[in-house]
Design a protein around this ligand. Structure first.
Ligand code: DGJ
Length: 743
């Protein structure tokens, strides 16, 4: 049993082996939050958790004869503004009278076995028996508006999902100005806020700050979840580490504008909210219509940040990534972008593909430049027809030739964009997003297509599907290289422009949904100028994401470390590229680049024909290593060990669920003169009463020893020990493989 309900007290307790989430109906009919944290045994009555006893002369109170009952001083579940709470609300509606005061009172509940999908939106899913969903209905009787709050608790996860929907059963349209997917009042604010921020080529860097009185937030108003802020916010206790202590996280399953914030009030209550950004949002809900806010995954861990991560990874692997891709190996990729940029033809591509095949690569991806007259980034987006000058036999002949070599074939699209210099723009200038009263801004010489228009989505569906069919595509890289400016659609009318951003992303989801349901065997990789839209919404359709255009081994440590907080590592697109690196001009060894890229979906972004025989042999060996371990990388529990944000080293590991094997990546960025004599790396997640062999050596080490004392690192060069030193210099890296004895 996952949901306990005390009907007399109107109290709801969602619980499984690890967490408890409890709320109830308060005396005024609204919902009060009682507890969220480590699992509690169910009790008949938890209402004392919601005791309110802060009589304050300065507060407004709900009832004349109960001056202590103020919404300002109780923890709530889905607060409104306009009565006695002055913090930011979860919901704000504009009624026909102009008033924005609403009151949603409890009207009933329903429990569903499993989980229903949210219409038009990506979300986690679960079959009957795997999860239970509690649906609470609240009604604003004055206006006949129904608010439904959905909570799903899974049998085997410390994550609970939430979302909200609104139904207008009244006779007048209402305007939704704010509808957060989650609001949660935590009793104290003794937390560090952890989030993932960055920019192009340095995405998802880990940031931490202490929660302070007032509002602290992260957000995007760019039309995409963004390079700048991932829609993820975590709270950890000040002493919580990667492996110990309490932490909560909130992750939005959405790819458009979002707001995630923590508001600490004058009683040090922390109100967490996450949802569609209310800025530029206004949705007209006509009588008989419903609006669904996207889903949020909230997770609790008392096993540190790695506990949060493992819970999210497992949930996404089993309940978000499309079933057909959950257990499939990810092919080793070669992508021609950095090898050729726009300068290629069929012969050149075939030479790269053949050489890559010989080295063990399984999938060739033809990147930007194969269509229209696209010899640079100024033209042809939208003209999704093969450029006959580069590929006289069409994509079809190239794909056939590559598939005949025994490789899979994938193709790059940027379906949401249009070039000013394109046939599509000549034919459909009205398909561009722009404000008719002003000239449109440029970004990478391109404009964004208006995905609020069905005919635009239909056109792209037809173009992309025709290539999937004719060229038998195995893979598609879906890129998106600029954000939305002059957000306006003539098709929406003057009073509905506030719906633009959400309708845009619904259009993107619609295209993804149509393509992935019709062609489930095609592997999609999402991309947005690198990792500018790496989020759970995308992950639902595209089981892997190009993490960053920055493939420099050192920069990758930070990008992959940050991404790993939330995203299963087998969804993190990570490739070995050429040196000097095209983004940083840094040169690192092939070994360091491979050792970093193993912990993701592995591949290459270079021309293998330019390699020496020695390098080719090394690549061949890397691919063999990756193939040997990719099942472990896909299914294992991931542990971050040393943060590149806090030290000159980085380390992480992945351990199989049965603790029988583990793969460890250790990296040192700059050499240390006269380093410590004995250097060890403390591991995690091993079986403490078993012994392990490292890299197949005869010596066995206790799991407890490896976790408490650590794995001895190879001897480092110290200026005088050249006969003994096994490593030295900048950009050192090692990958260790552990096997359990008798395991
Ligand atoms: C940005 C992507 O992140 C790159 O990998 C590449 O596909 C280029 N776009 C192509 O224009």
């Amino acid at each position: 049993m996952l949901i306990f309900i005390n009907e007399e007290l109107n109290q709801f307790h969602l619980t499984n082996k690890t967490v408890s989430y409890i709320f109830h109906v308060m005396k005024n009919g609204e919902l009060g939050q009682l507890y969220y944290g480590k699992r509690l045994e169910n009790q008949a009555d938890f209402s004392h958790f919601g005791a309110y006893h802060i009589p304050t002369a300065a507060s407004c109170h709900v009832e004349k004869d109960d001056p202590a009952f103020s919404l300002e001083t109780v923890c709530q579940e889905y607060p409104v503004y306009g009565t006695t709470d002055f913090r930011e609300p979860a919901i704000s509606l504009r009624h026909p009278s102009g008033s924005s005061v609403s009151k949603f009172e409890y009207a009933g509940y329903e429990v569903l076995d499993g989980k229903e999908r949210i219409p038009g939106l990506p979300s986690t899913f679960a079959n009957a028996g795997e999860a239970s969903t509690l649906v609470i209905t609240l009604i604003d009787n004055l206006r006949d508006i129904k608010l439904k709050l959905y909570y799903t608790i899974f049998e085997n996860s410390s994550s609970i999902t939430r979302h909200a929907s609104l139904e207008n059963d009244g006779e007048h349209p209402i305007d939704i100005e704010r509808l957060m997917s989650l609001s949660l009042d935590l009793n104290d604010h003794d937390f560090m806020m952890v989030h993932l921020a960055g920019a192009w080529s340095r995405e998802r860097h880990v940031k931490e700050r202490k929660l302070q009185t007032g509002i602290q937030s992260i957000s995007s108003i760019r039309g995409a979840s963004s390079h700048q802020h991932n829609p993820f916010l975590a709270l950890k206790r000040p002493h919580t580490t990667e492996n110990n202590g309490e932490a909560y996280s909130f992750h939005f399953v959405y790819s458009g504008n979002f707001l995630a914030q923590a508001e600490v009030d004058h009683y040090n209550t922390a109100r967490i909210q996450i949802g569609i950004h209310p800025f530029q949002f206004n949705w007209r809900l006509n009588p008989g219509e419903a609006f669904h806010a996207p889903e949020v995954v909230m997770t609790y861990s008392d096993l540190g940040l790695n506990g949060l991560t493992q819970s999210l990874h497992t949930l996404y692997r089993e309940h978000l990534i499309a079933p057909v891709w959950q257990k499939r190996q990810r092919p080793v990729v070669i992508n021609n972008w950095e090898a050729t940029y726009f300068d290629f033809n069929a012969e050149k591509i075939l030479v790269i593909a053949r050489q890559a095949k010989e080295l063990g690569v399984e999938l060739f991806v033809l990147d930007d430049g194969w269509f229209g007259k696209r010899n640079d980034d100024t033209t042809s987006l939208g003209d999704w027809f093969t450029d006959p000058d580069k590929l006289p036999g069409g994509i079809e002949a190239l794909s056939r030739a590559i598939q005949n070599e025994g490789m899979q074939f994938g193709l790059w699209f940027e379906p949401e964009m249009i070039s000013e210099e394109s046939d599509l723009y000549e034919k459909h200038p009205d398909w561009v997003i722009y404000d008719p009263e002003r000239p449109p801004s440029y970004g990478r010489n391109q404009w964004v297509l208006d995905y609020t228009r069905e005919e635009v989505v239909d056109y792209l569906y037809e173009r992309i599907s025709s290539f999937i069919r004719s060229a038998k595509l195995n893979y598609i890289k879906w890129d998106m290289n600029r954000n939305i400016t002059e957000a306006y659609s003539a098709s929406l009318g003057q009073d509905r422009q506030g719906e633009f951003f959400h309708r845009y992303i619904l259009g993107v989801y619609d295209l993804y949904e149509r393509l992935t349901s019709k062609y489930p065997e095609v592997l999609f990789e999402s991309c947005a100028g690198g990792g500018g839209r790496f989020d759970a919404g995308m992950l639902y359709y595209a089981p892997q994401a190009w993490a960053s255009d920055d493939t420099d081994a050192v920069e990758r440590l930070k990008i992959q470390y940050g991404s790993s907080f939330v995203y299963p590592i087998y969804s993190i697109g990570s490739h070995v590229s050429d040196i000097p690196n095209h983004q940083t001009l840094r040169s690192t060894s092939l070994k360091a680049r491979g050792d970093a890229a193993y912990f993701g979906t592995f591949g290459y972004e270079l021309d293998p024909n330019k390699m020496t025989d020695e390098e080719k042999a090394e690549v061949k060996a890397q691919i063999v290593t990756y193939k040997l371990h990719r099942t472990l990388i896909r299914h294992g529990d991931f542990y971050r060990l040393i943060s590149p944000f806090e030290s000159n080293e980085a380390a992480w590991m992945v351990v199989s669920k049965n603790r029988a094997e583990a793969l460890i990546g250790w990296y040192k960025i700059l050499a240390t003169p006269n380093p410590k004599k004995i250097q060890t790396l403390k591991l995690a997640g091993l079986d403490s009463v078993s012994t392990y062999q490292v890299n197949g050596s005869d010596q066995a080490f206790g799991g407890d020893e490896l976790m408490q004392r650590g794995l001895a690192l190879p001897v480092e060069y110290n200026g005088v020990n050249q006969h003994q030193a096994e490593r030295g210099g900048d950009f050192q890296s090692y990958v260790f493989y552990l096997t359990k004895n008798g395991g």
